[in-house]
Design a protein. Sequence first.
Length: 227
Amino acid sequence: MLTNSKRPDSGSSTRRFDEPGLRSGVETESEDLIWERFKAGSETALTYVYRNYSNQLFNYGIQFTSDRGLLKDCVQDLFEELIRRREKLSSTTSIKFYLMKAFRNRLVKALRKDKRRKEGEKISSEEGFQVTVSAEVRLINGQLDEATKKLIEQKLNQLPPLQREALILYFYEGLKYQQIAEMLGIRTKSARELVYRATRSLADLVAPHKDRMMSLLWIISVMKSLA
């Protein structure tokens, strides 16, 4: 799902962020400098940020919902708000983390509002989200056959949703434990433990099938050593 998703449509009634004319020089600058240029009103920096991260946000959102229209709206609304408030935005050394955190907060609120509208009741904060497994499956670089991939997906889906998201954030998105903690609203120590429990649980789940997925077990062992 992550590999084939398209860039969110900007729509005719909203501002276009993917305008041509991006100077190649900005791509060699540090992210904190690019972000400061964006805050100062640079259209080049805005174009860079949107081109490099809007699709990543959209793909991350697919882990929570298949409602592409809702995701496009959330991405677009986020950038509209960032532009309106950019002079008041805090500094950052990681644009990706800054945007992912802001996007996740916005998406969670939108999903809760949408569920209340559809079901006429409040959504429990304990429900979590059914994270899809596309990102995790990419950890194996497409080396396994279809039957084995389906087995892996089945085992991944047996993990609690928060553990699946932690795996995505740590191993696929490359976030640090402190950043994961901020994203999920938990302590850094808890984030580290969450990733460790997820990798350990996944290893236990696939252990009975080790004859079919020795490469995956090797990857998990590496995960556990890193976690």
